[in-house]
Design a protein around this ligand. Structure first.
Ligand SMILES: [Fe+2]
Ligand SMILES: [Fe+2]
Length: 158
């Protein structure tokens, strides 16, 4: 094997990196859409448009997160409940997203989309509070390895 191809093999996938950074980066567009979906100034049409982007964006973030960070949490003593809590919150958001796709009544849509936005906003806040301690108790190599898995899965769900 040539020097060049060996080096290429060692290179992480482009776009991958520390899982903590990947998660925080993925939260940014989700936060923006949350704000739009719960805004009193937005029209129903604008909320529907935001939701259309939000639903697949959330899946492409949540599924890889479950299979990396949450999986790790559930394997650690004292963190299992937090990991399960995350899974449950993802499940509730998923259920609401599925319902919203078939909610034609505008008032019902606005009510449900607000609950969804508040639920996911609360969920992201909790995660962002937990990420610094995850960073403290883990090694960089582990976070990079998890980042690679996260990145690969994310592409699958996008
Ligand atoms: Fe999450
Ligand atoms: Fe997240």
């Amino acid at each position: 094997m040539s020097k060049k191809s060996k080096a290429a093999k060692r290179q992480p996938q482009e776009g991958a990196g520390d899982i903590v950074d990947l998660i925080l980066e993925d939260h940014k567009p989700i936060w923006k859409l949350i704000k739009k979906m719960k805004s009193d100034d937005a029209t129903v049409a604008q909320k529907r448009a935001a939701f259309k982007v939000f639903a697949p964006t959330l899946v492409a973030h949540a599924k890889p997160e479950e299979q990396t960070w949450y999986k790790r949490m559930k394997s650690k003593k004292g963190q299992k409940v937090e990991g399960l809590e995350g899974d449950i919150e993802h499940g509730l958001a998923d259920k609401l997203c599925k319902e919203l796709k078939h909610t034609s009544d505008n008032d019902m849509f606005e009510a449900k989309v607000k609950v969804l936005a508040e639920l996911v906003g609360h969920h992201l806040e909790e995660e962002e509070d937990m990420l610094p301690s995850f960073k403290k108790e883990s090694k960089k190599e582990e976070r990079l390895a998890l980042g690679e898995v996260y990145f690969r899965l994310r592409k699958k769900y996008l």
